[in-house]
Design a protein around this ligand. Structure first.
Ligand SMILES: [Ca+2]
Length: 604
């Protein structure tokens, strides 16, 4: 049995006190410097706010509402009031997922990931990577909705080359420190460096990310209450190094001594009960580890003699190995537990400002759970308590497999375990269904088109560059009302030589330098029975489609800027203004000064 769900305690109070002082100082500064405070003549009561909450390396079944044993009551509450998608996908890695989420394009199209496949040898021959030159036509979501009056706020991880402010956010707290949850040397408010915070200063990244998000929302309520907002909250949790607050770890102490095999079975049973998954649990993949992981020998020398390199059967571990491994999963659970508590605080803020009813909330993960076991930053102190600031641990392949139950593989692969994400949508004012499941295959390239659909922007009227391709995702808004109503031809993946395509229920997938595998996901979403030899014609069709889409994407990557796109194109707000401003009350006012309003909204 798990211990009682714990919220506050003295150390959290201390932590909140220091966080609050940081937030107050900077939010007050921010408000004092704000020159564009406006009192809009129009009200936007009918236009929904948008909140996107992104987790980092969260497994498919880590949340309670997706079969997990980790206590996530706030997210579960959003799920029970809204919808859970059972076949939602990301790109399998941090930066391409964030690029796709915020632009509505596959990451390669906008030169935010390499095109990597045998046909493009050597593997990263196409000039790109996540430092590739930006596409002038690839706008971030805030640019699209700013002309409608939206204010946009970002808090947390970014992991994209351009800055949040250049991406159209009005305010941003950027925590660029991925190597320690208890300290930060590289964090910024609106592009200005903040003082470094050291271990022992009662800083915990997940709490502070929420603090800034709440601070921005409070400032919005104080100064822009007539306007809708878009908030993008990108937690670092539960990315490695697994580090958590001691009182959160204590909730899960000894809970994982039953082992990853038992946890997988438990999660599978609950997924069946919830109606989310009903297929065979795949066997442990005992030889699979990510490129770059420390060797078994190095792990035992540098981390602990009880560290384990592979997803071997739990019963094959010694007692001391089991104890050490179980303690690591307690930290992973505690990180998610804490993230849920902080999400609860953000929801409370929405309630406080009477905004929850008309806020569309999306929750998702940027990739599957990670099997990475490497040491970065300040290194790892084997004598420090597991999950404390001086440790640098990953959950490893055994627990990553459990976190990704019921699927195969991990972060960076494009088998289901790498790319399947929990995906919760809550919108009390706009979604009548409560607690229902949706089975439409969707991808995070769909989020931006969905938001544009919700706020009634026609994507075709937005592009300011003749070279711009149509957005590559689809609106999933129709599925808010009826399952199975998202129409699309296929979904496409490529990362680090791993590649896949899904058309209907058929999925063609290959690991780096491996042959294509074919699965019928309607029967076998855990990708156990490879049907490639039985249906060679199906393989050919899917492979041809993968290749032709890759060729289209390559053409975009190699695109030279046209004269009209030599500077970053602005979306044409005047067109939007005319079409989408709220109706005025008199004919005289209807003709009145849309450009003035537009300038005011466009001012930062
Ligand atoms: Ca990630």
């Amino acid at each position: 049995m798990l211990k009682i769900y714990s919220q506050d305690c003295s150390s959290i109070d201390r932590l909140k006190a220091i966080s609050k002082s940081i937030i107050l100082t900077f939010v007050c500064t921010l408000l004092a410097l704000s020159t564009d405070a406006l009192r809009a003549e129009e009200t936007n009561n009918l236009r929904p706010n948008v909140l996107i909450i992104l987790a980092d390396d969260l497994g498919f079944s880590d949340l309670g509402s997706y079969g997990g044993e980790i206590q996530t009551p706030n997210l579960d509450s959003l799920a029970s009031e809204g919808l859970r998608f059972t076949q939602a996908y990301n790109t399998s890695r941090c930066w391409p997922s964030r690029a796709s989420l915020l632009t509505g394009y596959y990451a390669q199209s906008i030169r935010r990931d390499a095109l990597t496949a045998p046909e493009y040898d050597p593997v990263r021959a196409v000039p790109t990577g996540f430092a590739g030159r930006p596409q002038p036509w690839a706008h971030f979501l805030p640019d699209y909705i700013k002309p409608l009056g939206y204010r946009s706020y970002h808090s947390g991880k970014w992991h994209l080359p351009s800055s949040p402010l250049k991406g159209g956010f009005d305010h941003s707290y950027l925590n660029d420190n991925e190597i320690d949850f208890f300290s930060v040397t590289n964090h910024q408010l609106d592009g200005v460096n903040l003082p470094a915070i050291e271990d022992g200063d009662s800083f915990y990244s997940t709490v502070v990310t929420a603090d800034y998000a709440i601070g921005f929302l409070q400032a919005h309520a104080a100064h822009y209450s007539e306007l809708p907002f878009f908030a993008y909250v990108a937690f670092n949790a539960p990315h490695f190094p697994i580090q958590a607050l001691p009182q959160d770890i204590a909730v899960y102490e000894d809970h994982y001594l039953v082992g990853w095999d038992a946890i997988r079975e438990e999660r599978m049973n609950r997924l069946r009960d919830l109606g989310i998954a009903d297929f065979e649990l795949p066997p442990l993949e005992q030889s699979i580890v990510p490129d770059g992981n420390l060797t078994d020998e190095d792990l035992r020398a540098l981390i602990s003699p009880n560290e384990v390199a592979y997803a071997v059967p739990w019963e094959s571990l010694s007692n001391s190995e089991q104890k050490f491994q179980a303690s690591k999963m307690s930290v992973h659970a505690a990180m998610i537990h804490r993230m849920d508590i902080e999400i609860g605080r953000i929801i409370d803020q929405l309630k406080e400002m009477d905004a929850l009813e008309n806020t569309v909330i999306f929750f998702l993960s940027d990739n599957g759970a990670s099997a990475e076991q490497i040491i970065r930053g300040d290194g790892h102190d084997p004598l420090a308590p597991v999950g404390s600031a001086a440790t640098y641990l990953g959950i490893g392949p055994g627990w990553s497999t459990a976190a990704n139950t019921p699927f195969r593989m991990h972060k960076s692969w494009v088998h289901e375990g790498g790319i399947a994400t929990p995906f919760i949508v809550s919108w009390p004012a706009g979604i009548n269904a409560h607690g229902e499941l949706r089975t439409d295959p969707i991808h995070l390239v769909d989020v931006l088109p969905t938001v544009l659909d919700i706020v009634n922007i026609g994507p075709a009227s937005i592009q300011g560059d003749s070279q711009a391709p149509p957005l590559q995702g689809a609106s999933i808004k129709p599925s808010f009302f009826k399952d199975g109503s998202v129409k699309r031809e296929f979904l496409w993946w490529n990362h680090y030589g791993n590649r896949a395509i899904r058309m209907g229920d058929w999925k063609l997938v290959a690991g780096r330098a491996s042959n294509w595998e074919l699965y019928d996901l309607s029967q076998d979403r855990s990708e156990i029975n490879n049907l490639a030899r039985i249906f060679p014609e199906k393989v050919k069709v899917l492979e041809k489609t993968w290749n032709s889409y890759a060729a289209e994407i390559k053409a975009l990557m190699l695109q030279r800027p046209s004269k009209t796109s030599s500077k970053r194109n602005k979306i044409k707000p005047f067109m939007l203004q005319r079409r989408y401003l709220p109706p005025r009350t008199s004919s005289k006012k209807k003709k009145a000064k849309p450009l003035m309003l537009e300038r005011r909204y466009l001012n930062r």
